[in-house]
Write a protein that binds this ligand. Sequence first.
Ligand code: ADP
Length: 160
Amino acid sequence: MPRIALYPGSFDPPTNGHLSIIQRGLKMFDGLLVAVLKNPAKDSLFSVEERVVLLKGAVGGDPRVTLKTFEGLLVKFAQQEKVNTVLRGLRAVSDFEYEFQMANMNRKLDKEIETLFLMTGEDYFYISSRFVRDVARLGGDVTGLVPGNVLAALQKKFKR
Ligand code: ADP
């Protein structure tokens, strides 16, 4: 059986931090199921469909990466996909509390689900989708923080 991990997130937009987690995850697993959350409560910059296209472009068609969208409870999606390892990235202390609560809540909902955290590298710890969105919206240069196709999509979105 191939070992697959589920890497969920909003990816609005995908950043080099996300890509680094994907690349590192692929060293530990045979494949990754990258799942883009459809969150109607969150005001997103890119639609889920756009985010899937951006992720697809960024991973460059690596056959070990499967992209899907999901909504609702992560554990239900994991059960449906028959995957019981969830991969998450940990940036700073600020991520810890939320991630710790979520990992425990998910385990409470399904004791088979384990969350595996990869600590971010020093090049990526300050990169978040939210800051990328805000900086790009204000006309700042996000070169080097996001993959090339995402940079182009941001420039198009904000017409620069
Ligand atoms: P969410 O909106 O659920 O926080 P994100 O799309 O922002 O999801 O991130 C998905 C996952 O990727 C989370 O585990 C997050 O901690 C991780 N992540 C995001 N940015 C980085 C980064 N720069 N370095 C490492 N992990 C990151």
